[in-house]
Design a protein around this ligand. Structure first.
Ligand code: NAP
Ligand code: ZN
Length: 348
């Protein structure tokens, strides 16, 4: 077994602290890479606090992982020692079901193996994430990253990037569409970058008036403060698509009202409580309320290649792993500009 250093939550109440654990030896189809950077997603916080469902503890969070390959199994074809490698929110799936065959491993009918707080496909071995020094993953779930990009700023693409890229591609959002992005955090700021890159007219809908300048710098054409009733009223019936990235409980009806007839609101944020939707919010204007989860492996590679071609990365604030709690506290307050990334060299 491979001795691994990481930061773990021992239960939903304790703060993260150093923890040593074991990863499997590199199998014939596995890639091992040393982690250089790992992004901090709001899902990490939801999960270590049991905000969605009871978690598997000790929990080592982190699913925005990049690093350098140090070992490959005998049958590995696409990676060699020294390559840059990345892993996102999944480390395995059945590879056989209808959805896996359609490159939609995130919707694997047997259940994919999440990078942490989940089980390997054997149904019993817990998975541990990227707040750690090294990781072993089967080749099919390891992504290639261009040497051209700033690696630390690439890390958040593995979750925040693909989670916003995938629905915008699926619903073919682009030229001629008015897109509203709700919540300017990790996911939201990537939603803005992709919306702009795909040619949409992008508005940021935020609770933080202070973020207007940043929103415009990210490429958004417009900014709307959702706590300002007059601004909200003026925006009724104006969006073709709304991408909702909000992590906390909020009123979905307010945003549905802002859609045009036949508009679609796509939820990617996962608040802990179910939302209350008034039927009137969707029947008036034949509106759709939809959702989307991360993206498949092929699409994640497509997104990384698109980012390399168009020079798109995340806007990040690098942190020392010992400051993870401060990063979480700031994240809860919406004070993220726009993704914390852990410099794994600080994990001693
Ligand atoms: P984040 O960086 O904390 O951003 C969330 C943003 O939501 C905040 O910056 C804030 O933006 C806004 N917000 C917070 N509280 C709000 C409230 N009460 N009302 C309205 N807006 C509020 O989080 P993230 O990492 O982007 O993740 C966002 C959500 O997506 C989380 O629930 C996460 O678990 C989920 N997620 C889903 C997937 C998926 O596959 N679907 C993948 C990854 C993450 P403003 O200051 O601009 O208002
Ligand atoms: Zn995430």
């Amino acid at each position: 077994m491979i001795q691994t250093k990481g930061y773990a939550a021992q239960n939903e109440k304790t703060p993260l602290a150093p923890w040593t654990f074991e990863r499997r030896e590199v199998g014939p189809h596995d890639v091992q890479f040393d982690i250089t950077y790992c992004g901090v997603c709001h899902s990490d916080l939801h999960q270590i606090r049991n905000e969605w469902f009871p978690g598997i503890f000790p929990m080592v969070p982190g699913h925005e992982i990049v690093g350098r390959v140090i070992k490959v199994g005998d049958h590995v074809k696409n990676f060699k020692v020294g390559d840059i490698a990345a892993v996102g929110c999944m480390v395995d799936s059945c590879q056989e079901c209808e959805n896996c065959k359609r490159d939609l491993e995130q919707y694997c009918l047997q259940g994919n193996s999440p990078t942490y707080n989940g089980l390997e496909q054997d149904g019993k071995t817990p998975t541990y994430g990227g707040y750690s020094n090294t990781i072993v993953v089967r080749e099919e779930f390891v992504l290639h990253v261009s040497e051209k990009l700033n690696l630390a700023a690439v890390a958040p693409l593995l979750c925040a990037g693909i989670t916003t890229y995938s629905p915008l591609r699926h619903w073919k959002v682009g030229k001629g569409h008015k897109l509203g992005v709700v919540g300017l955090g990790g996911l939201g700021h990537m939603g803005v970058k992709f919306g702009v890159a795909f040619g949409a007219d992008v508005t940021v809908l935020s609770t933080s008036p202070k973020k207007e300048k940043d929103a415009k710098a990210l490429g958004a054409q417009h900014f709307l403060v959702t706590t300002d009733k007059a601004q909200v009223k003026a925006a009724k019936n104006s969006f073709d698509f709304i991408l909702d990235t909000v992590s906390a409980d909020h009123d979905f009806n307010l945003y549905l009202d802002l859609l045009k007839t036949d508009g679609t609101m796509i939820c990617v944020g996962v608040p802990s409580k179910p939302a209350e939707i008034a039927a009137f919010s969707i029947i008036a204007g034949r509106k759709s309320l939809a959702g989307s989860s991360i993206g498949g492996i092929a699409e994640t590679q497509e997104m990384l290649d698109f980012c390399a071609e168009h020079n798109i990365v995340s806007d990040i604030e690098m942190i020392d792993i010992k400051d993870i709690q401060t990063a979480y506290d700031r994240m809860v307050k919406g004070d993220v500009r726009y993704r914390f990334v852990i410099d794994m060299a600080t994990l001693k």
